[in-house]
Design a protein. Structure first.
Length: 107
């Protein structure tokens, strides 16, 4: 679906050229560069920028997760009003009496 929205053919990822490029990406990343120049040859400013960038990515990811979770939670919840709960969707018939014992309804 996302490929259709951005007008990308997902089957292009299965082509021999794409597989070659993916394999090149994997082989260039292994073994990882743990040399002294790579790890310790950075400036403090460069390291701080990398830390800030990592924190920014995590904050944006958490914000997006909350933004998607709140509407989903509200859509699936009952609405409590003055001690009574008004179900958003009609109640389902219970298949057995064990469901009401295992998961009590508080509304």
């Amino acid at each position: 679906m996302a490929g259709w929205i951005v007008d990308v053919d997902p089957f292009l990822l299965l082509s021999s050229d794409a597989r070659g490029q993916m394999w090149l990406l994997v082989t260039e990343g292994y073994p990882p560069d743990i040399g002294h120049d790579f790890l310790l040859g950075r400036t403090i400013r460069g390291l701080l920028w990398a830390v800030i960038e990592t924190l920014a990515i995590s904050i944006v990811g958490t914000t997006l997760a909350v933004a998607f979770a709140i509407p989903l939670a509200l859509a699936s919840a009952s609405i409590p009003i003055r001690g009574r709960c008004i179900p958003v969707r009609p109640p389902r018939e219970s298949r057995s009496d064990t469901r009401s014992i295992a998961v009590p309804d508080f509304c």
